[in-house]
Ligand binder design. Structure first.
Ligand code: LLP
Length: 441
């Protein structure tokens, strides 16, 4: 639990977040419940923004990667904090605009944007579209002509660095659905093609090396490769890129297997990236690019927790104990998808000793519907409230109505007050788009 984090144990021994007792929140709003700590979100946005202001003379911008958690309130907070965002679908773009976001502060991503999404982005006047195929460049050129604009674009480059949580590999990998490789000339050839299109204005390049990364070297190496590539493009194609977008990827704490970063650690990470960009640009006599970064998980991941109520408990002697909760893969598919690990606490007694290892099971009709296996827990019984920590990123945004369960409500907490940011679903919501066709009447 970090300094910027309002997650604490209160005098009663209960878990508290944003000055609110989690047992009270569970009682007032019901479970499962996504809870977001507003101070945390704002503090992280400021860490990145201030670092760019201080150490890069403000010559750059933070774009919140809204795929981590997209809803009106979240874009509103980003807007208030003076940062931009990245949107990866028509839905995210629509939500950002509806929240009042300035279109020029939105960058649009995606390896296969639809025609309609491209039209939507051009019409809105977004700051940039990150293009990723010949087809897309050609379609976008036509759309821009139709709307009489010169659309600003970045090209997605595969920077030859692939990073994982605790390691990175430098690779010439061209086998990715994302980007053009800088190593085999495909990025250079694509650049020439884009420069030949009259209605597109190429501003620079984008890369993203992965997510949940703790290796500073990964970012440095990717930045070095990108600048070397931009220098090569200047030489070979006469194009001098103005913008370098280094994507997102900073890791967060889920369990004791992960480092626990403070705000200054995150600033330090960004600073390492900034230093590399400065040094390499100077070394190769390249004009300092306008720097964009796209943190998602690090802004909102540890800001969120999910509250559950324990239902049935099944002890299979000598094999395993299952503690079932009222959530599951419909609101947290990350264990089922990635075997992600979490810290789980008993909200009524955070300091209680862990006396057992249990599997936390969801309520979906699949054996793989788990939140975790062999998790240490104190004694728990039906009716207890459990809190799963670090669930702010890629939880709500990846939730579904599988088994026709409700996607949980989300609330924002601050200074002892809780406000709804995503309402409870109703049964009527579940059938809203269903139709009984005439043939069945
Ligand atoms: N920019 C681009 C182009 C991205 O593809 C991503 C994430 C980000 C920024 C933000 O990265 P972050 O700072 O959040 O690491 N569903 C997975 C994560 C997928 C990330 C995809 N791209 C998960 O739950 O772990």
């Amino acid at each position: 639990m970090n300094s910027r984090n309002t997650l604490k144990v209160n005098a009663a021994g209960h878990l508290e977040i944003g000055g609110c007792d989690t047992l009270e929140l569970a009682k007032e709003f019901g479970t499962p419940l996504y809870v977001y700590d507003e101070d945390y979100i704002r503090a992280m946005m400021r860490v990145f923004k201030n670092t760019i202001n201080k150490d890069y003379d403000g010559h750059g911008k933070v774009l919140y990667a809204s795929k981590a958690f997209s809803c009106l309130a979240m874009y509103r907070i980003a807007k208030q904090e003076g940062i931009g965002c990245d949107a990866v679908s028509g839905g995210e773009l629509y939500t950002a605009l509806k929240a009042g976001f300035n279109a020029a502060d939105i960058y649009v991503h995606g390896n296969n944007k639809t025609y309609e999404e491209l039209v939507q982005a051009v019409k809105a006047g977004v700051g940039g579209i990150v293009i990723d195929s010949y087809r897309e460049a050609d379609i976008l050129d036509k759309i821009a002509a139709e709307y009489k604009v010169k659309q600003k674009v970045l090209i997605r480059v595969n920077p030859g660095v692939e990073a994982h949580t605790h390691a990175f590999v430098q690779t010439a990998r061209t086998d990715s659905k994302f980007g053009f490789s800088f190593r085999d000339n495909t990025a250079l050839e694509y650049t020439k093609h884009v420069l030949s299109l009259k209605n597109l204005e190429l501003k620079g390049y984008h890369c993203h090396i992965g997510s949940q990364i703790f290796e500073k070297q990964s970012f440095s190496l990717a930045a070095q490769n990108m600048i070397e590539f931009m220098v090569a493009v200047k030489k070979e194609a006469g194009f001098e890129a103005e913008i370098l977008n280094m994507g997102g990827g900073f890791g967060i704490y889920y369990t004791d297997e992960d480092p626990k970063f403070t705000e200054s650690d995150y600033a330090e990470y960004l600073l390492t990236l900034i230093k590399t960009v400065k040094e390499k640009s100077k070394e190769l006599n390249f004009r300092l690019p306008y720097l964009l970064i796209e943190p998602g998980r690090s802004i909102v991941g540890e800001a969120g927790i999910t509250l559950y109520t324990v239902g049935s408990i099944k002890d299979i002697p000598g094999i395993r104990k299952y503690v079932a909760i009222d959530g599951g893969m419909f609101e947290n598919p990350r264990y089922a998808l990635y075997q992600s690990k979490y810290t789980v606490v008993k909200a009524a007694d955070v300091n209680a000793a862990n006396v057992q290892k249990v599997s936390i099971a969801g309520k979906c009709c699949e054996s793989g519907d788990l939140i975790g296996v062999d998790l240490p827990l104190p004694e728990v019984e039906s009716g207890d409230i459990l809190a799963v920590l670090s669930t702010g990123a890629y939880h709500y945004s990846m939730a579904s109505n599988y088994n026709r369960n409700f996607i949980p409500q989300a609330i924002l907490v601050k200074d002892g007050k809780a406000e709804t940011i995503i309402k409870k679903q109703t049964f009527e919501d579940l059938v809203r788009n269903d139709v009984i066709p005439d043939s069945l009447k």
